[in-house]
Unconditional design. Structure first.
Length: 250
């Protein structure tokens, strides 16, 4: 199951929430869980899944604007049960100048504070999980968690915060048998990176990457499914780079 030649994941009976699951990395993760047999709920900012391009059959859909605290609570309360939460929703605001304090604050709210609020709201249901290997919270970090990128100070601060939050929640939630990990995505082909990766400006980043190419959402999904599997049952508090080796280059 799950579409890979090796390994095969079987998530039948697992209930998964992927925020921001309508495109890019989130869509890749959601599809991988669905293909592995999980019951998958995705969120997006539009009123319904039919308003997006793409096939979202097999998913449950909720509208979620992560800056709306009430909607976060509503989504969490609407889930009958939950074994895996993937806090994927986010975005950068480079076009609005993240050096402006209000824009900086919005970037942190969208990419860090909302992720914590969703995790906090979902904790009781995750704690009730009987999933083999334990329930899981997955955060989506970034290369900006490790490196300074001048145009996105707010986004980078938030993604750095995801790495630290992953460590802290792993300690605090171990008593509830909830494992907390993250993946740090390198340059992945998605709607958010489409323009940049189509220009010559991306060539230095490709050349810095030992694998000499950019990644795909499916390759991030593979790391996420591993981290939430029983095979990773003794892994918590870790952030796994999925970056083609970008972060190990001097």
């Amino acid at each position: 199951m799950s579409g890979w030649t090796n390994p095969h994941y079987d998530y039948r009976g697992a209930h998964v929430l992927v925020t921001g699951g309508t495109s890019g990395i989130g869509a890749g993760i959601a599809a991988a869980y669905r293909d592995a047999g999980a019951e998958v709920t995705i969120t997006g900012t539009r009123a319904g899944a039919a308003e997006y391009e793409g096939d979202f059959s097999g998913f449950r859909y909720f509208q979620l604007r992560v800056e709306d605290d009430a909607e976060i609570l509503q989504v969490a309360a609407s889930l009958p049960r939950l074994d895996i939460l993937v806090n994927n929703a986010g975005g950068n605001f480079a076009a609005q100048n993240e050096y402006e304090p209000d824009v900086f604050e919005r970037a942190v709210r969208v990419n860090l504070l909302s992720a914590y609020r969703m995790a906090h709201a979902c904790r009781p249901k995750l704690a009730a999980s009987t999933l083999a290997g334990g329930a899981s919270l997955i955060g989506i970090a970034s290369m900006t968690s490790y490196f300074g990128v001048e145009v996105v100070p707010g986004y980078g601060a938030a993604k750095g915060g995801i790495v630290q939050l992953t460590k802290t929640l792993a300690i605090a939630w171990a008593k509830d048998h909830i494992r907390v990990n993250a993946v740090a995505a390198g340059l992945i082909r998605s709607r958010m990176t489409e323009y940049f990766l189509s220009t010559s400006d991306s060539e230095p980043s490709r050349l810095r990457t030992p694998m000499q190419r950019f990644g795909t959402p499916r390759e991030v999904a593979g790391a996420v499914l591993f981290l939430t599997s029983e095979a990773a049952g003794y892994i918590t508090g870790q952030t796994l780079p999925v970056d083609g080796g970008f972060s190990v280059m001097g």
